[in-house]
Design a protein around this ligand. Sequence first.
Ligand code: F6P
Length: 311
Amino acid sequence: MGEGIGDYTRNLIDLRRHMWLEGVEVELRRLIWQIAVVGKYISAKIHESNRKLAGFQNVYGEEQLALDRISDEIMKNKLQFSGFVREYASEELEDIIQIGSGKEKYIVTADPLDGSSLVDTNLAIGTIIGIHKESVMDCGRNTMVAALYITYGPLITMIYSAGKGAHEFVLDREGEYILSQENIKLKEKGSIFSPGGLRRDWNPAHLKFVEKLESDGYKLRYSGGFVPDINQILIKKGGLFTYPALKKAPQGKLRLLFELQPMAFIMEQAGGLATNGDQDILSVKVESINQISPIYIGSSTEVQLAKQMLS
Ligand code: F6P
């Protein structure tokens, strides 16, 4: 007998139920859920097609879209009244701000709208979140208890990890995040690569590494959005993303606290690795909230090869 619609519905697992089944601690569960709800609000703002510049630059000297600032405001306001967050650090702000009474359990880092330069092109963009229990100015491996990102593409998807694997959910028409892949596991080796930065600015060792991937037949897959590029590697179960040290920017471009450490947390939970070429990304000490770092992230074979060729 085929499955009736009732059986189908019973088999769906939504985000809240999944976190409960996984034994995620109750406050962390509620916090992750609230952030996922913010993802719905941000996506509604994206759909209003507001592509105007805000008339401000962020701390990295990049033009902010009105959408960047709105997304940050929505995130901050929601977390401020969540009862679970004492400090909030956002890529859009200059400093960590206290948003709770000081007694709340968690500190949240947010890149509320990553890849906003792609908004006008209608390519996928995203939100990246790290959840810490101690100060973020420390080593990510010790203080991060969960991370998640949301991809705003043709579908809205979310991947979270609370330290027990990485799981993907799809936002359905009823506004529920429904489990689509549990325990994503990368293969040891992939077949795609996403190299950031201009070839002419790469260092010789990095250039050799990329040439090796090319001669081994890796396919180029670079969208210019960190979230969809990482998501592609996780969903295709392998491959490598890199934004390396550049001749004029030895620390590369991407933000350690807001972009790299949350993605490294998720990638490691999926059996992958992330390094700056020398040290694991999650072991790099955060000394300033605006710290940037080179990155090699993805399946283990490619990341190990990068380490070997760069050393
Ligand atoms: O950090 C912002 C960001 O847009 C990332 O999402 C992306 O990976 C990177 O910058 C793209 O940089 P570039 O435009 O130099 O390729």
